[in-house]
Design a protein around this ligand. Structure first.
Ligand code: ANZ
Length: 852
């Protein structure tokens, strides 16, 4: 009983917590006092149930828990739920490979992960668990789909889609990474299919503009990635009459100022427009166009956007008329123009656009300069020396140099625009086009509508049927859920059409007015499931609605979201989109789902991502068996700033364990009198304690968990000195300090902290969960104790002073070293080089030498 044994503490406290349900927050579980407190919603990204938890989970759930437990100590009622993102391909692939039932495979993994999470003492509300593969959950995906369908936000269209030849299913644009399937790495292909889309493009401006609200609360890297993904371009739409065609063709351009320099038009070969223009041309053109199209279809998007590639194309023997000067422009089909960007057609201005210039030079098309980039637009007029006048000036003509002139300058050869700068010419030409009705200011986005149909089994059935005339009929809400049939007897092998198509009892149905109908056999992209799950946590057991808007008022939006940066685009963008849709539908009163975002780094080994294939896995449960839960959790927090990767080779879990043992031992030495007057305690120690109490909250809120741990170590050291060579363990300041340590440790090492609290005589069994250390409450710092009694420690890196730290005179060598390494300035000076020697002389100096 007097040795620190983490496994004994785990066995002792886990059942107590199970019994008391400390973190249950359903309304029925809250006391009046808890209901009256301010609330926080802290959410960790929910896991996908493939196998047991891994070290990545261990990190995110340790860090998210620090935040949740911290706000509880600050007097908030904290919602911290967990569930499983349990639909998706891995379950189905396991089924195909091993003949397992995807449902059984999934729920067995969930049970295992859940047990591991409990053991890990993550402070989740276990009454709110959800699984997206439960009909009780996915019926609300179907409800959401129907709501969006009513509003015209869910629609079906035939178009070229990304196709994974290996998984035999379509992929959203977001799921194609570097031209390959994000999941299996197979090169993505193009296929023309009729599929369901959600109209995220209607929300492009709001998705972009609202990012400004998140500035400073989300990692700037994520904000940039979202901005680039949405990719707004501003410019103009210009209408060109086409000879032999009734309707004009519209092109999008960011440079309408260069309209007088257009010398040809290019259309995307895989657009309907190209096919139509070719079909109205000569038989020879039709043949050459078809052959070209066949070639193009074999290329990936990436190839097509590669500017270094040789330009290819076919002249369609058709002509467009430039609306400003009546010039006749030959029309070509070429694959550097993409069918699904802008209008799938461009006005080519080879003098000022490099892709157009490369094409013009390859096919001998005219190049006409309309911007004199040597003419200054602003600033001083260049000095011309006599020597310069002597020499023949080097030409800038793009037709000669092969370099398009993309810079600013004065307009030339452009009629009414001549002499204007680029920006003024853009304004002027848009006015001219507006007056004539042949063009207008316009924006274009890189963002595409969200393709959600998947030809797979293990997902949410799309709640649409088709009558005998093939017309869409939405499933009435009161017939939801459209249940996924049992897996037994279903052939899940990918064959390009949904496995559900083979289940006649599923497919065959009737319309609400009694006519025979066939169900849609595709399932939804699982990103639909996770786009609104944070709302379902508010009422996971409600079978009358997706969530109660009144609960949303109470808890949402999420105050702090914690998870991996791999979700920087897809998941976060979709969740932001659906939140705005729900706002527009009147279900929520906010427009952004996640007020703040923390992206933790990865856990790596020897500088490499852990993976089975590399054989460098560290097993989560083995670490827990060896060191105990608390030491692993503390190590995650102490390893460094949460955003950085943790190399498991560089951390010392043993060190964490030794520190916990030191802290725990103190709790047994403190005098048993709980009613001491702290004011009578040793002032020197009290000063250290109160500085800690004052500083730690700001550090937690800034996610400097590692520094908080270092400060806790410093405090433990100070207590040790007071006990061993100062006023002794009976001094009231010792009890005060050990209690502060215990409450701080409750964020990082819950088993150890609970036991310390109990040994200190504070854990009150009669008080229910309020008697647990998790609800002890952060102690207030006494301002009169915050003055002085500190020294400056100097940190040198390779002989140069890089940092001055304010520390307690009683700081230990280990803590001082940790504080030094936690400093940004020191890290910058180390610059990623290997540390060869560190000399620490607490409390004065740390000297670090690196390998040069
Ligand atoms: C004429 C022009 C002149 C252009 C010039 C650029 C420079 P971002 O900025 O990416 O939005 N474009 C339009 N639709 C396209 C498509 N479907 N596939 C390939 N290219 C397309 O690019 C907008 C510019 O890309 C547009 O402005 C158009 O070329 C081209 F000196 O129009 B520009």
């Amino acid at each position: 009983e007097n040795e620190y044994d983490p496994h004994r503490l785990e066995a002792l406290w886990a059942p107590v917590w199970d019994e008391l349900k400390p973190f249950a927050t359903l309304d029925s579980e809250l006391s009046d006092d808890e209901r009256a407190r301010p609330r926080k919603y802290i959410l960790d990204m929910f896991p996908y149930p493939s196998g047991d938890l891994h070290m990545g989970h261990a990190e995110v759930y340790a860090l998210g828990d620090v935040v949740a437990r911290y706000w509880r100590q600050r007097g908030f009622t904290v919602l911290h739920p967990i569930g499983w993102d349990s639909f998706g391909l891995p379950a189905e692939n396991a089924a195909i490979k091993r003949g397992a039932d995807p449902r059984e495979w999934t729920y067995a993994n969930i049970a295992q992960q859940k047990a591991s999470m409990k053991r890990y003492a993550a402070s989740f509300d276990w009454d709110r668990v959800l699984h997206t593969s439960d009909p009780e959950y996915y019926q609300w995906n179907q409800w959401l789909f129907l709501k969006m369908y009513e509003k015209g936000l869910a629609y079906r269209k035939a178009s070229w889609v990304n196709w994974c030849p290996n998984d035999q299913t379509v992929l959203a644009n977001e799921q194609v990474v570097d031209g390959a399937c994000e999941r299996c790495g197979a090169t993505a292909e193009k296929k023309k299919l009729t599929q369901w889309y959600l109209k995220i493009t209607d929300y492009a401006d709001r998705l972009l503009d609202d990012l400004n609200q998140l500035e400073g609360r989300w990692p700037s890297k994520v904000l940039t990635m979202q901005r680039n993904w949405i990719g707004r371009s501003t410019g103009a739409d210009v209408d060109f009459e086409i000879e032999g065609r009734r309707e004009p063709v519209t092109v999008f351009t960011t440079r309408p100022d260069t309209l007088y320099g257009a010398t040809f038009m290019v259309v995307a070969p895989d657009s309907d427009l190209a096919a139509e223009l070719a079909s109205g041309s000569t038989p020879e053109v039709r043949m050459r166009f078809q052959a070209y199209l066949d070639e193009v279809q074999k290329k990936t998007e990436i190839d097509r956007q590669d500017t270094s590639r040789e330009k290819t194309g076919v002249f369609l023997d058709r002509f467009a008329i430039n609306p400003v000067n009546g010039e006749r422009l030959p029309i070509w089909a070429a694959d550097y123009v993409l069918a699904d960007y802008g209008h799938g057609a461009v006005m080519a201005v080879p003098a000022h656009d490099q892709r157009d210039l490369d094409f013009a030079r390859a096919f001998d098309l005219p190049v006409k300069m309309v911007v004199d980039t040597l003419a200054p637009v602003t600033g001083a007029i260049p000095v011309i020396t006599p020597e310069m006048l002597e020499e023949e000036p080097p030409t800038i003509d793009p037709a000669v140099t092969g370099e398009a002139l993309t810079g600013d300058g004065r307009m030339i050869n452009s009629g009414p625009l001549d002499g204007l700068s680029k920006n003024n010419a853009i304004k002027r030409v848009i006015e001219l086009l507006d007056e004539r009705g042949t063009g207008r200011a316009a924006k274009t986005y890189r963002l595409r509508d969200w393709l959600i149909s998947r030809q797979r089994y293990w997902g949410t059935p799309i709640p649409i049927m088709y009558d005998e005339d093939g017309r869409e009929v939405p499933v009435p809400e009161d017939q939801l859920p459209v249940r996924l049939p049992d897996a037994a007897g279903i052939d899940m092998k990918p064959k390009g059409t949904s496995p559900l198509g083979g289940v006649e009892s599923f497919v065959s149905t009737t319309t609400p007015d009694g006519r025979p109908a066939r169900r849609d056999t595709d399932t939804m992209d699982t990103f639909v499931d996770s786009s609104w799950y944070f709302l379902r946590f508010l009422a996971p057991n409600d079978d009358t609605q997706a969530f109660d808007p009144r609960d949303a008022e109470k808890w949402a939006p999420v105050d702090q979201y914690v998870g991996g940066v791999e979700h920087a685009i897809l998941h976060l963008l979709y969740a932001r989109f659906i939140t705005k849709v729900l706002f527009d539908l009147g279900y929520v009163s906010f427009t952004e789902p996640f007020t703040a975002l923390l992206n933790q780094g990865m856990v790596i080994l020897d500088g490499a991502k852990m993976s089975k294939s590399k054989g460098n896995l560290v097993y989560f449960t083995e670490e827990l068996d060896q060191y105990g839960v608390d030491a692993v959790r503390l190590t995650m927090a102490f390893a460094g700033p949460p955003e950085d990767d943790i190399d498991w080779r560089d951390v010392s879990v043993t060190g964490s364990q030794k520190f916990l043992a030191r802290a725990w031992r103190l709790s047994g030495e403190v005098s048993s009198d709980v009613d001491v007057d702290f004011d009578e305690g040793d002032r020197a120690l009290r000063r250290v304690t109160h500085r800690f109490l004052a500083e730690a909250p700001g550090l937690v809120e800034a996610f400097k968990f590692n520094v908080v741990v270092a400060r806790t170590m410093e405090l433990v050291n100070a207590i040790r000195k007071t006990v061993d060579s100062g006023p002794g363990a009976g001094d009231p300041a010792v009890r005060e300090a050990v209690e502060a340590v215990t409450i701080a440790l409750s964020l990082f090492a819950p088993y150890t902290a609970e036991d310390m609290w109990h040994r200190l005589g504070r854990g009150d069994a009669a008080a229910g969960r309020a008697g647990l250390v998790a609800f002890a409450g952060w102690r207030k710092a006494d301002p009169t104790l915050l003055v002085d009694d500190e020294v400056t420690a100097v940190v040198q890196v390779d002989g140069k002073v890089r940092e001055r730290l304010t520390v307690s005179p009683r700081v230990g060598n280990d803590e001082l070293e940790a504080l030094a390494l936690a400093s940004d300035a020191v890290q910058r000076a180390i610059g990623g080089r290997e540390i060869v020697q560190t000399i620490v002389r607490a409390p004065k100096i740390v000297s670090i030498a690196t390998r040069k």
